[in-house]
Design a protein around this ligand. Structure first.
Ligand code: NA7
Length: 541
């Protein structure tokens, strides 16, 4: 071992990432008296909100929901708008770190380049890009849900003579589009936020759309002081409703505006159903998620909401032919619903053209621009808003070597293998937070992380008490969890649509249930049962 890679620290827990989950992990595990340190590649905390800085970026979950359930944080912080911008989200995470006095335990500008499990010592050996080596009994991977961009998708990209940007790595100094011929490829949440902002500057903007999605107005506005004061006065009750609601966030919002719906969309009269849809639509944003439960499972029920949303979208676009091209046709919610800020109206502008590439896609990128449908379009700038290698991508892009020299890529070759989306066989003591195989795409990350961290904290305590050094799932428990993920996915309408929820947005990625769709109550119950039985489904060594 030379001086450049000497062991600089031995920890109980190394947390990887200082975004929402990493900060939470540091806070919770430090409380147990453990030696914990978080390592973050970026120059600041905030995770996804540090890395993403494209124009128009705004979260689509209300600030009053999107916050840590920690008393001094939720009472001490004030959001200036209903949906926070990137700047404000970064200020928020910095406020949390300072309020909870965590800065000294977060090592910024530090990318961990390799993780190797030392079987004899039952420790992970982490090596940073600077050559530092850290040993830790446990590792918590808080590496994000949408962290690895889906890029280099098109032939000819290397030949383009203009500027190419991906929504995931926007230049910090910003980009001036004044008078420029601009293309946006991709119309998911990122593209939908970018288009109305760039349209105001660009000479001409072409939007290349492969699949139109469902769009509802976000209805952002300055935070209403009375609303903020009200939520703060009932926060403990509000938080309990979130924990026990089906989605963790939007449920509580509905709890405020309307009672939770438990019946079928098809059981109620057309008038009553419409009133429920109108109420949520008027509220704005993702309130629509807290609707009749069978919208997620029954295509007939789903159609009623899909038609309602198409009607609302149609009414916002002046040109009927363009409006028709913008109409989504897949079951609503099977791709993430998008809350917009003037995306649909942007197509009324003379300098914005929608290009439907649903048939043959993008043929290639040329030195001058984009070729699609046999037509070559010339551009100064191409913006790729083509999304992420979601859920499993953040792990699959790490160099992780577990027991017997097996890599995570080898273990997950046919798809993610884990128990509870938290531990994988052969990778002992490496916990994932809000990772693949958890309830993450459909549950607010604060409350999923809270639940998982409680389980992890208890597990570490149990191991110490019983003199155990390593924990990993049995092969049968992994098989069973994979089966549960796929079975619960197949009970919903999600498999009907190609999306990042099922891995089909990335060429070559196995199509599997990348999450547990059985709901938080069932997830929570199984975590508790395993812990109560001395961590059944796991081998403790
Ligand atoms: P998304 O939602 O995955 O959207 C990516 C978009 O890029 C989507 O419209 C895709 O079309 C399009 N895309 C991807 N690959 C291609 C190719 N090869 N050709 C043409 N178009 C393509 O990513 P976002 O960044 O917008 O949002 C990610 C999440 O962040 C979002 O769900 C929220 O949770 C926040 P497709 O629909 O696949 O036909």
């Amino acid at each position: 071992m030379n001086a450049s890679n000497k062991t600089v620290a031995t920890l109980d827990v190394a947390v990887i990432g200082a975004g929402l989950c990493g900060i939470f992990a540091l806070y919770e595990l430090r409380k147990q008296g453990l030696r914990v340190r978080a390592f973050e590649t970026g120059a600041d905390v905030s995770g996804t909100w540090y890395w993403n800085r494209y124009p128009g970026l705004r979260i689509d979950i209300e600030g009053m929901d999107y916050s840590y359930p920690i008393h001094e944080v939720e009472q001490g912080w004030s959001w200036s708008e209903r949906y926070a911008s990137q700047d404000e989200l970064r200020r928020y995470f910095n406020f949390v770190v300072d309020t909870l006095d965590m800065r000294a335990d977060i090592q910024l500008n530090t990318r961990i380049e390799s993780f190797v499990f030392d079987e004899e010592a039952a420790q992970w050996v982490l090596t940073s890009a600077h050559g530092e080596t850290v040993r830790a009994r446990y590792v918590v991977m808080a590496t994000g849900l949408l962290a690895v961009a889906n890029r280099n998708l098109f032939k000819g990209m290397e030949d383009f003579r203009g500027l190419q940007l991906h929504s995931a790595d926007w230049p910090a100094e910003g980009v001036d589009f004044t008078g420029k011929r601009v293309a946006v490829i991709g119309t998911g949440s990122s593209g939908v936020q970018i288009v109305p902002v760039v349209a105001q500057q660009a000479g001409h903007l072409h939007v290349f759309q492969r699949t139109p999605g469902y769009i509802v107005p976000l209805r952002n506005e300055p935070m209403k002081p009375a609303y903020e004061a009200y939520v703060k006065s009932i926060y403990p009750t509000w938080r309990e409703a979130q924990r026990h609601g089906s989605l963790g966030g939007w449920t509580a919002l509905n709890y405020d505006i309307a009672p939770l719906l438990t019946q079928s969309a098809l059981e109620v009269s057309a008038e009553e159903r419409r009133a429920a849809y109108e109420e949520r639509y008027a509220n704005g944003g993702l309130a629509m998620y807290g609707i009749y439960p069978d919208i997620y499972t029954n295509i007939e029920a789903n159609d009623t909401l899909a038609e309602f949303l198409r009607e609302k979208m149609r009414a916002r676009v002046r040109n009927p032919a363009v409006a028709e091209k913008l109409m989504p046709r897949f079951p609503v919610f099977t791709k993430r619903l998008m809350g917009d800020n003037g995306y649909l109206e942007a197509f009324d502008r003379d300098n914005v053209t929608l290009v439907d590439i649903s048939g043959s896609g993008i043929e290639c990128i040329t030195p001058q621009g984009v070729r699609a449908g046999g037509v070559e379009y010339e551009f100064d700038v191409i913006i790729y808003a083509t999304g992420y290698d979601a859920l499993s991508g953040a792990m699959m892009h790490q160099r992780i070597t577990g027991r017997g020299g097996e890599t995570i890529q080898q273990h997950w070759d046919g798809g993610v293998r884990s128990r509870f989306g938290m531990l994988s066989r052969g990778f002992p003591n490496m916990f994932m937070l809000c990772g693949p195989g958890s309830t993450i795409p459909l549950f607010l990350p604060y409350f999923l992380a809270e639940e998982q961290l409680k389980w992890i904290g208890d597990c570490i305590g149990y191991m110490a008490k019983t003199g155990k050094h390593s924990i990993e799932p049995t092969a049968e428990a992994e098989d069973d969890w994979g089966k549960q993920c796929n079975e619960t996915l197949n009970m919903t309408l999600f498999p009907r649509t190609a999306s990042w929820y099922v891995g089909t947005n990335v060429p070559g990625k196995p199509r599997t249930g990348l999450a547990y769709f059985g709901g938080m109550p069932n997830y929570r119950r199984q975590l508790a049962e395993s812990a109560a039985a001395g961590y059944s489904g796991f081998e403790l060594g």
